[in-house]
Design a protein around this ligand. Sequence first.
Ligand code: NAG
Ligand code: NAG
Ligand code: NAG
Ligand code: NAG
Length: 528
Amino acid sequence: MKGAQKDSEKLIWEPMRSPSGGNPIVGSGQQSRALHKFLVWLILFVSATYIVYTLKLVSTSRTCDDEPFPNPRTRISSSSSSIKNVTATSLLSQSIQDHAVVETLLPESPETHRTEIRNIVFGIAASAKLWERRKNYIKLWFRPKEMRGVVWLDHTLKTREADEEDLPPVKISGDTSRFAYKNKQGHRSAIRISRIVSETLRLGLEDVHWFVMGDDDTVFVTENLVRVLRKYDHNQFYYIGSLSESHLQNIYFSYGMAYGGGGFAISYPLAKSLAKMQDRCIQRYPGLYGSDDRMQACMTELGVPLTKELGFHQYDVYGNLFGLLAAHPVTPLVSLHHLDVVEPIFPNVTRVQALQRLTLPMKLDSAGLMQQSICYDKSKRWTISISWGFAVQIFRGVFSPREVEMPSRTFLNWYRKADYTAYAFNTRPVSRNPCQKPFVFYLSKASLNSTMNQTVSEYVRNRVSHPVCKWKMADPANLERVEVYKKPDPHLWDRSPRRNCCRVMNPTKKGTTVIEVGVCGEGEISEM
Ligand SMILES: *[C@@H]1O[C@H](CO)[C@@H](O)[C@H](O)[C@H]1NC(C)=O
Ligand SMILES: *[C@@H]1O[C@H](CO)[C@@H](O)[C@H](O)[C@H]1NC(C)=O
Ligand SMILES: *[C@@H]1O[C@H](CO)[C@@H](O)[C@H](O)[C@H]1NC(C)=O
Ligand SMILES: *[C@@H]1O[C@H](CO)[C@@H](O)[C@H](O)[C@H]1NC(C)=O
């Protein structure tokens, strides 16, 4: 190794030394003093001329063939430009063009252009047993013409032709019977699921920046997934995802693990390194429970920490997701999981119908989906919290933003005996005073007014009983609908994270509150 290195160093250094240092003229010590002096001056003169001309040559010949970093793309570009028709008058512009070609081609080469949805390959963990039901979640978000992905199943099943148009291709995971599995609670399918990234990589798809893992009951907001992944250099090693909502889950598994159901992303070069070692790695952890802890074990062997992105949602909870969705952190919503476990996110419809409704605002303004804004109706003394595209809450009285931005505990802990002290974030009770039980309005429709470049979303009151309230204050029960106007803001996440502001407008219809949501103006804050 060492010897070879020295040789290559020689190769690099020797040609560089020769032009300036390799002076072949050797003076003779026996010559007379005058001749000696003359020779010294001559040598100096010749060398100086030589250096000047060399420098000039080097600076003008840059455009030709010397490529300091041979890159297949730039080679293609220079050879294709040499085919071009070069006339004397166009020589100058040609050399300028060559510069431009080299410079503009670099960002577009497959290694460096920015991530688009086609640069992501999804690896979806599914089981044949639940496929008939779970495939409906995948149909909600997967667009076969634009996206690439593979559903990995445990064994073959009959696929319907109609499905083939709406779903990713289905493949059967490789045999894993040679691997040991010694966890008493878990299931050995964890091993095959853990290997999905490596197996997907081995399909040899081209121009992949990221592999994104998800379960068959994970729903992705793919535009936001792209927004999040674009922040990172896919040529580096990245392992991106999020934790469990349950503090106990994070203790039993790890606070450094991406929970698989919430989905996680592995950059292409990391997937390549993983594939080389994963089978050996998996053999070292037969006692682990699942696929995602096996993945994390291998990540720690590779020395790559989890990059946390709070928009991936494992949702290790029971009950109603409302509290979490109504107070989403100020980050793009990337995924939802455990949708079979929790109640439908809109009342009185099926789970799939509920998610279908969410795709309406998703299409209009995916960046703003579920983003919370907080404002006050000063005349009525109400607090208003909007989760754009999902729901509006109206409370009697004034709640500060620091309280309203905490999720209300409409959901239950994954460990049924644990309470709110066992979440990995702050929560608040649904209401402290009977008068302050929120009036909830759920999204009913959404559209774009293209002349105004503005979305119009309508939220209808959820008719549930409210405790008697003797406060002498306007009663939100008189409201039927809330109408929200908001400009689409595709560049929301190109700026620093900040909640939008909302403003209560003059109502035009009885029983309707009209609210505008948008970027906060100069000096505008959430205050009564
Ligand atoms: C060369 O340039 C002339 C004049 O611009 C053009 O007519 C001709 O088609 C060119 N030839 C090639 C091979 O591009
Ligand atoms: C629930 O849905 C059914 C059928 O769509 C409808 O008839 C019923 O009125 C709804 N109930 C409520 C409380 O919205
Ligand atoms: C769009 O908004 C303008 C101004 O409020 C209104 O006149 C127009 O009817 C709206 N268009 C649609 C399609 O709702
Ligand atoms: C609508 O407004 C948003 C935000 O101001 C802007 O980014 C977008 O380009 C606009 N679209 C059209 C069609 O004018």
